[in-house]
Design a binder for this molecule. Sequence first.
Ligand code: ADP
Ligand code: ASP
Ligand code: MG
Length: 420
Amino acid sequence: MARIVMKFGGTSMAGIERIRNVAALVQREVNAGNEVAVVVSAMAGETDRLVNFCREASSLYDPAEYDVVVASGEQVTSGLLAITLQAMGVNARSWLGWQLPIRTTDRHASARIETIDTDKLIAAMQSGQVAVIPGFQGMTEESRITTLGRGGSDTSAVAVAAAVKADRCDIYTDVDGVYTTDPRIVPRARKLQKVTYEEMLELASVGAKVLQTRSVGLAMKEGVRIQVLSSFDAPTDNELPGTLIVGDDEIEDNEMERQRITGIALDRNEAKITLTDVPDKPGGVASIFGPLADSNINVDVIVQNIAHETGSTDVTFTVPGAELARAIDTLEKSKDTIGYAELKHDTKICKVSIVGVGMRSHPGVAAAMFQALADRGINIQAIATSEIKVSVLIQEEYAELAVRVLHTTYGLDAPESVEA
Ligand code: ADP
Ligand code: ASP
Ligand code: MG
C-alpha cells in the first residue's frame, strides 16, 4: 500500500467524459489498495475565460476579487470528480482550499502556500475515502480566497504530497512526459526518462509550461517524487510510463555528460518595456525596480545600456504580459522620481532558452546558440544567463523557427524513424 497524490490538469478535466476517464484512473489506484488524494485543475480554457471577465470588468482589477473569480473553476471540477467517483462506487468527497484549510500568503493572484492542515485529510484518506482537492486555491490568515499563479495546481499537488508525506506525486497531463522541448512545436522532440530537479526548475522558470516553477522548487526542497505522465494513454504496468524528476545523484554521470543541452523552452507571455534617458546615477535603477516590486510585478531579463554622453541611459526589461498594464501604470506614477523621458513597450517578443547542466562542462554552448540564430537572420534583442541556462529575447514571429533550429543545433531531434 502506498499513499499517493494524483494531479489532473485542465485538458484531463475538460468535460464529463474526460472526468470519467480520470475517475477510472483514480479507481485503479484505490483498487490497488492505495490511499489517494486527487488535486484537480479547472476545465481547459475555463481559467482564461474567468480572467478575461476580470479584465473586461476593469483592466486594473483588484487582485483579491480576481482570486474570488478565478478560483471558482477548480471548485466545479472537484465537485464533479467527487460525484463521478461516487457514481462508480468509490468513496470520495471534495475538500475546498478553505475547508482543510490550505493557508497562503496574502499576495493575491500569486500567493504562496504556507501550511496545509492535514488532520482531516489524512483521517479521510486512512478511512479509505478519496480526497478531491481543487488545485490553485488557498486562503489567507484573514480568510480571503487566494490563487497561486497560473499553472498553480501543480504546486497544490506537490504541497499536498509533502504535507501528507505521500510516496508519490503523479502529475497527469496531456503529454506523456517531459520532452526536450514542447512536442507541439517540435514533433521530433524526445521524451526524457529522468530530469533533475535543478534542470526542471530552470526549464519551468523559462516557460516550459508542463510543470509550474514553484511546484518543482517545492518538490526539490521537500524531496517529493514527481512523475509526469499522460491521462490519455491506457494505463500499463510499465513502472516508468512518464518522466521522473530526480535528484542529481539519480542520473548517471555519463548520462549528464552526453548532452550539452537537456531542453529548450519558449515563453510567449513576456512583454518588453524600455525607459529612455534614465539618469545614470546611483539609485537610478533602484528607482525603477523598487516600485515594480512594491506592486508585486516580477521583472525578468534586464538590460542597461552604456550611458549616453548626456549622462543618461536606456533601461530595457521584461515583465509578464498579463502584468503589463499594471507595470505601465506603476512606472507612469513614478515617472518624476525615476526621471525617464519616454516609456516604450512591445508585446510582440518572446523568450527562447536553452537549459542543461552539461553547459557547465562544455564551453561554447552560448556561442553556438547565437550563431545558429544569426544564420537564420534572427536578431537577438537581449540576453540573460545563469550557470545552466541561456535566454534570448527575439521577435515573436521567429519563436517556433528559433526553437526548431536550436533543437537541431544541439542534436536533440529524435531519429527520423521515431517521428510521428
Ligand atoms: P495541464 O493542463 O495538464 O496542467 P499544461 O498545459 O499546463 O497542462 O502543460 C502541458 C503542456 O506543456 C503540453 O501540452 C505541452 O504543450 C507543454 N510543454 C511545454 N514544454 C514542454 C516540454 N518540454 N515537455 C512536455 N510538454 C511541454
Ligand atoms: N486552472 C489554473 C490555470 O489555468 C491552474 C492550473 O490549471 O494549474 O492556470
Ligand atoms: Mg499546467
